[in-house]
Design a protein around this ligand. Structure first.
Ligand code: FPP
Length: 253
């Protein structure tokens, strides 16, 4: 739904915003702190941005919290990140319930340490009834692993007669992805000045608008989010059609 802002840009609130939360380490280094302090600050920012997202009426927020490649980090950083995940899930649980936010995960969380996985699964279970807003954490997530897992499940379904290759369509195959009952992201933000996709939602991002900012994740606030949404609103999303087609479509509405 378009809204008018004070500077007369028609603001389109995206249904689904996904964020690559990058720059925690650099945020800490700039202050002479250990990297984990940056992750701590980044974890605090998750709640602040969730509040902004809820205020703006964005239905889905997906956060890239830990990639399949992040296991390659030093063991002490990985262990500290898992402890932080546990701490933040426990700390935010009441807030999620109070705000009626459903928590979901994309990625294979079976391999997370029990101390992080158990509270995570509990929070997912206890918030499953909420339908207004969804917070999706990408944990041990990688788009290539997701596609391989989907292909494996699909092949099993074909082998057991539950699916047929003749009827394969994107609509059908996408139901094997982690994101099976979620809308594709409309806007994907990467903080910290990096302009890579880093194996994040590669297929779901087919028609997403990307927004890159040099702001480090712990400093990314509501003002920054509004900047990203304003830029998103100025983009013309054509989905393969021409600009003229889009213009005549919006004239008709
Ligand atoms: C990238 O910054 C950040 C991560 C790999 C971890 C993100 C994790 C959190 C924000 C905390 C998790 C908490 C919750 C509630 C999900 P980086 O370390 O790569 O930064 P750098 O590029 O500056 O080193």
């Amino acid at each position: 739904m378009p809204n008018s802002s004070s500077c007369d840009v028609q603001v389109h609130i995206p249904r689904h915003v996904a964020i690559i939360m990058d720059g925690n380490g650099r945020w800490a280094r700039k202050r002479g702190l250990a990297r984990i302090k940056g992750h701590e600050k980044g974890g605090e920012n998750v709640l602040a941005i969730l509040e902004s997202v809820q205020k703006l009426g964005i239905r889905y927020l997906t956060l890239y919290a830990f990639s399949v490649e992040n296991w390659k980090r030093p063991a002490d950083e990985v262990a500290a990140l898992m402890l932080l995940l546990e701490a933040y899930i426990n700390r935010y649980f009441d807030e999620l319930v109070k705000r009626r936010v459903r928590l979901r995960v994309i990625g294979n969380i079976n391999v997370l340490p029990d101390h992080a996985r158990v509270p995570l699964e509990r929070a997912i279970h206890e918030t499953a009834r909420f339908t207004g807003q969804t917070l999706v954490l990408a944990l041990n997530y990688g788009a290539r692993s997701e596609v391989l897992e989907a292909a494996r499940s699909y092949a099993n379904d074909v082998a057991t007669g539950h699916a047929s290759t003749d009827e394969l369509s994107w609509d059908k195959f996408s139901r094997y992805l982690y994101t099976r009952d979620m809308p594709d992201p409309d806007l994907i933000i990467r903080t910290s000045g990096e302009t890579r996709l880093s194996n994040f939602l590669l297929l779901q991002a087919a028609y997403a608008e990307w927004y890159f900012t040099s702001v480090l994740w712990p400093d990314f606030d509501e003002v920054q989010l509004l900047k990203a949404i304003t830029e998103f609103s100025l983009r013309e999303r054509r989905f393969g059609r021409t600009g003229e087609q889009i213009a005549s479509q919006s004239d008709a509405t």
